[in-house]
Design a protein around this ligand. Structure first.
Ligand SMILES: C[S@@+](CC[C@H](N)C(=O)[O-])C[C@H]1O[C@@H](n2cnc3c(N)ncnc32)[C@H](O)[C@@H]1O
Length: 266
């Protein structure tokens, strides 16, 4: 049956060609660089958020008010501490406390070291959370806008729980929704124009262009499922599963983030 065998061999070679195309496509997808945030580049202008972003300033006020109501913590961990804005507030309020500052990015760490240089009791740890052996148990853990960038966030939440003594507190704020860069641009630009006028607003915007660029990278990583996106209910459930009691929870950062105050279950 020459016709049949010819048809079979044609089908076979079409299949082979199809597989080759699929394999080539998969190899291309694998070799495509993964979207990645350049935290050191971000660090250069990160503190423009501190100076000019009311939503970021609001988070710091939330942290200050949380601290004013908590018992004085002896040992604090700031996980993914960035340029040190939360630790600065903590060390000002509690200069006697020890702060373990976990920050794997050199650029971020250098900024934080400068900022916290007046305090002798800050210990800098230059590794990611998943590689840290906590030397002591904490009374307070701060994890602000860092968890969603970490691999396997559920496991990281368990590590945050294990750093704490039973009854210790976690101040957790995490970006959960995709960061819409154009929406932020409109919000910030109109705020800056109202506050400073067109000329200064444009200058600040130009200075902060790296922030927009890194936020685009964050958005891409969120879309590629490399960064965790979550609803309030999802982060609440993950936090409880890791062994925390949630004392309070609300949305923050213009609806993009969730803010949870938690206690490590005994
Ligand atoms: C958006 S910044 C937040 C900085 C600071 N907490 C704040 O809110 O101003 C996220 C930080 O998480 C850090 N980070 C990323 N992966 C981490 C990990 N696995 N362990 C600890 N920190 C991490 C980054 O280097 C970066 O400085």
């Amino acid at each position: 049956m020459p016709m049949a065998s010819h048809a079979q061999s044609e089908t076979g070679s079409r299949l082979k060609a199809g597989w080759a195309l699929t394999a080539a496509w998969q190899a291309k997808a694998r070799s495509k660089p993964k979207p990645k945030t350049d935290w050191s580049a971000y660090a250069e202008t990160y503190d423009l958020l501190l100076e000019y972003n009311p939503a970021y300033q609001e988070l710091l006020r939330e942290f200050e008010s949380f601290l004013s109501e908590a018992d004085a913590p002896r040992v604090i961990y700031d996980v993914g501490g960035g340029t040190g804005n939360y630790s600065q507030i903590a060390t000002r309020r509690y200069p006697e406390s020890s702060v373990y500052f976990i920050e794997p990015d050199r650029g971020m760490r250098l900024r934080a070291k400068e900022k916290l240089s007046a305090h002798d009791n800050v210990i800098f740890i230059d590794r990611p959370l998943q590689e840290v052996e906590p030397p002591v148990k904490a009374d307070l853990v701060i994890c602000a806008h860092a968890l969603y960038t970490m691999p396997a966030p559920q496991d990281r939440l368990v590590e945050l729980r294990n750093i704490l003594r039973p009854g210790g507190l976690l101040f957790l704020v995490d970006v959960g929704r995709p960061l819409k860069v154009a929406e932020w641009r409109t919000y910030l630009l109109s705020h800056l124009m109202r506050e400073f006028g067109v000329v200064k607003a444009t200058k600040i915007f130009w200075k902060g262009r790296e922030i927009a660029s890194q936020n685009k990278a964050i958005f891409k990583a969120q879309m590629a499922n490399l960064y965790w996106t979550h609803s309030g209910a999802e982060i609440a459930s993950a936090t409880k599963k890791a062994g925390f009691e949630i004392m309070s929870q609300k949305t923050a950062y213009r609806g993009y983030s969730d803010l949870l105050l938690c206690r490590a279950a005994s």
